[in-house]
Design a protein around this ligand. Sequence first.
Ligand code: M6R
Length: 607
Amino acid sequence: MCGIIGYTGKKEAGAIMLDALELLEYRGYDSAGIALSAEAGGEPKLLKRAGRVKDLRTLCAENDTSGTCGIGHTRWATHGGVCDENAHPHRFGKVTIIHNGIIENYRELTEKYGLEDKLCSQTDSEVVAAVLSRFYEGDPYAAIRKTVLKLKGTFALAILFDDIPGKIFAVRNVSPIVAASTGDGAILSSDVAAIVPFTNQYFVVPEFHVVCLSKDRIELFDLSGDKACIDWLTVDWDVSRSDKGGYPFYMEKEIMEQPQVIGDTIMPRIKEGKPDFSAEGIPDNILSDCKRICVIACGTAMHAGLVGKSLIQAMIGIHVDVVMASEFMYNDPVVDKETLVIAISQSGETIDTLEALKFARKCGSPTISIVNVKGASIARASEYVIYTCAGPEIAVASTKAYTTQLAVLYLLTARMAMARGLWTKEKLTAYMKELMRVPKVIEEVLLRKDEIHHIADTMLNARDVFMIGRGLDYSILLEGSLKLKEVSYIHSEAYASGELKHGTIALITEETPVIAVVTQDKLKSKELSNIKEVQSRGAKVILLIKGEEQIEQEKIWYRIFRLPVMADEFMVMPASVVLQLIAYYVSADKGLDVDKPRNLAKVVTVE
Ligand code: M6R
């Protein structure tokens, strides 16, 4: 959470930082600010305010923002409310900082260094500026070393010292920082998204290392002051992938990109018609020897895990647990050498997933992560990594990351079946053929977006929406419901249809739209009976059903959407896309800020 940027070079830093902060705004959008280093040394120019980056832009337009070195921040509030004083950068003595993360011992530090009356904000971050300032006696490295050794918690810090103009120092623990050379200078950021407009070469600043950006070089040191080697990485998407491409919102663009990115994710991993993870170096024995699987993830990524669970249990016959990463550590997790742990994360930075993964590794579990962002912390903390090829996902609501995670889980299931010698050649061929059809089938759904838009229109004034289904249908409804509530602010719940009558059916009235998904042949008759139960209570049922399935009395349905036909286990793909589009259209038609729903942030780096 919180986006950070720093630039030093030949160009105007103010303009570069404002553009970058717009790209980073998905990390948090409560307030924003920049500090411009004074060319001849002395106090930097600080401009910050509560609100969006566009509000900061207005403030900058009213002020002098000349200068070629600066740091900037967009905030997701944790400690201290949303106000100008709590916006970053924070300044103390000769030190100006921006911070992403949480300093858990900020109260102790405040007390220890007698800062109670000296701070201007309620943030944990300002305390770091004060401690740094206390230790700063002209040697930035010594001050940074002494400070970080006092900090408990997570941090990515970018720092300006008044008497070292033109240089930016940065250090981190857990929270990410990447850095790169821009040709005319150097840049650092919380995300590669801000770096891609300048270069495709970057590196991840290792934890507890200090990076120093000057106009003509980048230097990296470990905490004892020894020079460290830089491990360069290449971004494989270009800048055009981070714009809206003519769509009003990133969410729509990202939904529309799914046929392409699912193809990009699966096709390079299919060799001679078979799933292949040799490029990732994943040995078959990891997939064949495990006695159980534990998936750890949060939010949408966890919902992808739930689909994976149904698939693997049904097709491989081994037990799969899907655990919310944020709860994993608090439930005495039982994972061992025989448990394959799969971490799923778009950003690769979700702290709960990262901590759970590190714990699993300590327990000796083999680990595979499914991550979208190259070089992200979760990818690096795991034994093996499979990258989804979704490209940059900017909308806070995850769409294409989810379906590419599903695509990887389909491939893994097939590889696991091969490694265990479970399927006949014919079964594998049929399954892989169906998987390769997914992009085309999703394209068919996207071509029917107007039809889906009409369905969404029926929900614009709803207070609650229920979603019901069984088995795989229930798993995807959990995601469909999350999508609807996060972008439209309509209360929505996904319920296993058989569970409704154990309490929740009390909430169904004539005013309640109910989305029912029926795609699994073996569950169809039970699902249809459950639907009748809500229809009898007056609910307006919107039915998503597979193809030309026969259903009685078409007119009892409020709306029907017939999904393109695939084998049952693949029906989640077209059905998910319909649910994504429903959420999108409801939000857009309500005039909401679809890409930046209130209170949320794209990358969740606090526990
Ligand atoms: O980056 P991650 O996939 O680890 O993020 C996990 C969740 O925060 C994320 O999936 C979240 O639920 C979605 N943005 C919601 O659309």
